[in-house]
Ligand binder design. Structure first.
Ligand SMILES: *Cc1c(COP(=O)(O)O)cnc(C)c1O
Length: 234
């Protein structure tokens, strides 16, 4: 069973790597500019271990409790960086900072204190990305700060012990991702005028990674194309 699953993950990972190679070539970007984060939410700890074994170095989770439980069971696999990509409640910020290396979903200043305290308490360096809402008119259902609120949010992170890594977004549901990711890239350029260190653009999932690579994504978050369709938990 585990040998079968391993072979399946390996084949899917190779296929996704080939898509990224092709997307980088088409966009005339060096392949090393783009990192792959494998999103393991809803899948068991055994898959994390298999992925680590076949060379995956970055995994993403979107629920604090699920991730803590998986990582408590044996610790984070050696050499693997953990990314929190889900919507974050303030009261969970400290808990996330205990295990995450990168939090992609900081969308309000209220989260900064809790994350900074949690990271400090566990003696970790925490990188955070500012999540941007790309829905036209704002107030999308997938979280994110509106672009006009980003400068203040960036200043709050930069003034804290957290490391400001860059920005993150999810393409609007049911719309062409290209204009949304093009806008995200412009937002990133603006942000870097005040915060040159904030170079990461976390964008692109299983269905739209090519579009994200075309528009400067540095980190892709891919789940389904590697692990398969998520089991329905509800
Ligand atoms: C689940 C999730 C992904 C991965 O999506 P797939 O379509 O399964 O590749 C990426 N980003 C976020 C924020 C997610 O919640």
């Amino acid at each position: 069973m585990s040998a079968e699953r391993r072979a399946e993950l390996e084949a899917n990972l190779t296929a996704v790597q080939e898509r990224i190679d092709a997307a980088c070539a088409a966009a005339d970007r060096p392949r090393e500019e783009v990192e792959l984060i494998v999103v393991t939410k809803f899948f068991p700890r055994s898959d994390l271990d298999l992925l680590a074994d076949i060379g995956v170095r970055d995994i993403g989770e979107n629920r604090e409790q699920e991730a803590s439980a998986k990582l408590a069971d044996g610790g984070t696999p050696p050499g693997v960086r953990t990314h929190f990509i889900g919507q974050l409640q303030s009261k969970k910020a400290g808990a996330v900072a205990r295990w995450a290396d990168v939090v992609h979903s900081v969308d309000r200043t209220k989260l900064v204190g809790g994350l900074a305290r949690g990271a400090e308490r566990s003696g970790r360096e925490l990188t955070v990305l500012l999540q941007v809402d790309l829905e036209e008119g704002g107030h999308g259902q997938r979280g994110g700060a509106s672009p006009q609120d980003l400068p203040a949010l960036a200043d709050a992170v930069a003034g804290s012990p957290l490391r400001l890594g860059g920005i993150m977004a999810v393409a609007p549901l049911g719309a062409d991702p290209d204009p949304a990711f093009a806008r995200l890239e412009r937002i990133s350029h603006e942000l870097r005028e005040a915060h040159p260190e904030a170079t990461w653009i976390s964008a692109g999932m299983s269905a739209d990674l090519e579009s994200a690579v075309r528009h400067g994504a540095t980190h892709l978050r891919v789940g389904t194309a590697i692990l398969g369709t998520r089991p329905d938990r509800r």
